[in-house]
Design a protein around this ligand. Sequence first.
Ligand SMILES: *Cc1c(COP(=O)(O)O)cnc(C)c1O
Length: 356
Amino acid sequence: MGPYEHRFVLEAFDTNWISPVGPNIDAFETELATAVGAQQSVALSSGTAAIHLALVMLGVQRGDEVICQSFTFSGSCNPVMYQGATPVFIDSESETWNMDPNLLEDALKARGEKARAIIVVDLYGMPAKLDEIQSVANRFGVPVIEDAAEALGSRFQGIPCGQWGDFGIYSFNGNKIITTSGGGALIARDPEFMTKAKFLSTQARDPAPHYQHSQVGYNYRLSNVCAGIGRGQLRVLGERVEQRRAVFERYRSALNDLVEFVIEAPGSFANRWLTTILLPSPELSTRVRLRLEELNIESRPLWKPMHLQPVFDGAPAYDRGISAALFERGLCLPSGSSLLAEDQDTVINEIRQIIT
Ligand SMILES: *Cc1c(COP(=O)(O)O)cnc(C)c1O
């Protein structure tokens, strides 16, 4: 936490706004929109809820298909299942590790009218090839939801991540670059979707003195207390991005000869939420992880691709084995904004010793 969160949370208590309405929510929505250059944002209980509402508003339903990036966290595609639709998984390209635009095109050709939306992810804060994805999507007239849950503060061609698609989503879960303990947000190009998202996230209450409902709603609003945390966190976002990028640069300069790093493409600015590396082999990846674990240092395998997850067994996949190979050889290294240089040196030295 930074210096401001306490003040905003205290304000919520002092003014008795302990509720999913209140001044912190309004201010947080405005401040977040400003931070990402959007007109408006809607503060929600999670990033998953934001994706779900986008799908609901696009009218995705049983029998429909949603084209999803396979290499991601399950929160990206679980909402497809909530709607009774089928996820169709797309493998990654090896430059950004995100959705391969060529495979997306293959999929859109093959799925035809059934494909109702595309969920592209800026994984680990690295912008996807968003221009190519968007132009393929435009050609087929399929709306894009940009899952920027891990990419707040990242940019592509000067445009903040989350702003590229018809919808953009952010997460403020405890593990993300900034947090509200749990929370998320939705932005949309069409302002009508913002009004609709507020309506749906507060149980779809029609204007009437009594409780009147003509649609199914959701309890997806962020609380005013959590929004207070978010307001404080937004003030340190720029600083957090710089810290994470410095952590990445330090790993890279120390280990560049031994392991592979994901490099920013021209025009790409990554928040470096987590530093990820590719080891020369799956065996070395496991050895590094277990050695660090012995020293009580947490590292983690990369996200296991969704097309390999038991829960999505049988879902169609357009796959060239890229994300599966990343999963086998990759590791997330300790990357916290407050990681000490001496602790980082321990990680670096252990990796050097194992590999050389
Ligand atoms: C965290 C995350 C989500 C889900 O966000 P929650 O706020 O945890 O629901 C979705 N997609 C990606 C890529 C994430 O990392």
